[in-house]
Design a protein around this ligand. Structure first.
Ligand code: DGP
Length: 138
């Protein structure tokens, strides 16, 4: 049998966490590596490797809790903004292979999290790219 990932161990109570919310399908807790105060993780209790591999109904339940935590962090923690993100596969920075959504409150843009997206569109054929992706979504 393959080894349980760390979030399955948290769900099963084998590893402690600072729990924020729990229902039959979803668990939310503080990320052990707080990039800003209140950095939360939201996960499905059933194991799926990442967002892309998660059935729609479960994904919606996880995102619903992520939205509510973001709203609370603005209202109660005094955050000025929130980043909500999920990494899929190692190439995108995923280190725990169990679907999880980061909810990262932002305070005047201070803290340990810098999200930088640099424009890199030189030489790209945008109509062809849109056609290639779009035709698979029909
Ligand atoms: P990612 O890089 O997107 O796969 O994020 C994984 C996050 O999980 C990372 O920010 C640190 C957090 N993490 C790893 N191990 C534990 C743990 O044992 N407890 C908690 N609360 N968080 C953990």
């Amino acid at each position: 049998m393959s080894k349980k990932d760390i979030f399955c161990q948290i769900i099963d109570g084998e590893i402690p966490c600072y729990k924020l919310y729990e229902d039959d399908d979803v668990l939310a807790f503080l990320d052990i590596s707080q990039v800003t105060k209140g950095h939360a993780l939201v996960i499905p209790k059933e194991h799926y490797d990442n967002f892309l591999a998660t059935p729609q109904e479960t994904m919606h339940k996880v995102m619903d809790v992520a939205q509510r935590i973001g709203q609370v962090e603005i209202k109660i923690l005094g955050a000025q903004g929130v980043n909500i993100l999920t990494n899929c596969y190692e190439a995108a920075g995923q280190s725990v292979p169990h679907f999880h959504v980061h909810v990262i409150p932002r305070y005047d843009n201070k803290g340990g999290f810098v999200l930088e997206m640099h424009s890199n569109s030189d030489g790209l054929n945008l109509p062809a790219i849109a056609e290639e992706i779009g035709k698979s979504l029909k």
